[in-house]
Design a protein around this ligand. Structure first.
Ligand code: SAM
Length: 225
């Protein structure tokens, strides 16, 4: 009988190389090919865990184009793993299109539990974590203000991904839309050497971002209304 193709989504560390699970390593060692965003970035991780497998580029710029050939491999019975540069594939990273195609074609899909930035940020914020909204990155221009206004009406904790270049502008925009006194939390460089959690009102975080610009990767949390 022909073997069945299977897609594994494998989370990888968001900063600390040791945040790989044993199963993540086992799965990456067992598959035929690893799909990854950047072969150089993933190469460092794979070398660290002595994983030597063929790599195939699968990133935002080529995921539409690459889909057909990846699906053909799965339909031929290959076992593939998708990883991203950091964290869980499909979370503000490529993955959704491929998973949807697998579901539609009856290909087995498995996502391993593991590293992602939003969950440690939510838990360490001290904001209610029983119900929350993950918004990923805010739209850069069109629809941005409307989205922020809607988020300010949200009763659940809001989680946003943000970049160091835009954080001050984003906080300024929240202040301009009347949220200066809303509690917020900025989690920076989670699991890395310079991990930092800043807590305060949005106005306070803005002031701090101006005097001491936060560097690196960050998650912004807004307390619910
Ligand atoms: N797939 C990833 C995940 O599961 O979290 C997210 C990928 S997205 C392209 C990258 C964004 O995640 C960064 O801009 C930042 O907002 C957040 N992020 C990733 N690593 C982080 C870290 N170590 N500390 C704080 N935020 C992080």
């Amino acid at each position: 009988m022909e073997s069945q193709g299977r897609l594994y989504l494998v989370p990888t560390p968001i900063g600390h190389l040791a945040d790989m699970t044993f199963r993540a390593v086992e799965v990456l060692q067992s598959v035929d090919t690893i799909l990854c965003e950047d072969t150089r970035t993933s190469g460092i991780l794979l070398k660290h865990y002595s994983i030597s497998k063929p790599l195939k580029a699968f990133h935002l710029a080529n995921e539409h184009r690459a889909l057909a050939s990846v699906m053909a491999q799965l339909q031929e019975g290959r076992q593939l793993a998708l990883i991203s540069d950091a964290g869980t594939p499909g979370i503000s990273d490529p993955g959704f299109l491929l998973v949807r195609a697998c579901v539609q074609s009856g290909i087995a899909v498995e996502c391993l539990p593991g590293a992602t930035a939003l969950i440690p940020a939510l838990v360490v914020s001290g904001f209610p974590s029983d119900r929350f909204v993950f918004e990923g990155f805010l739209p850069p221009k069109k629809g941005r203000e409307t989205r922020i206004k809607a988020l300010l009406e949200e009763e659940r904790t809001v989680i946003l991904y943000e970049s160091p270049h835009k954080i001050s502008k984003t906080l300024e925009q929240f202040v301009a839309l009347g949220a200066a006194e809303r509690l917020a939390c900025l989690c920076r460089e989670l699991s890395k050497k310079f991990e930092e959690v800043r807590r305060g009102t949005i106005a306070e975080l803005l002031q701090q971002a101006i005097t001491l610009p936060p560097k690196g990767e960050m998650v912004l949390l807004i307390h619910g209304k």
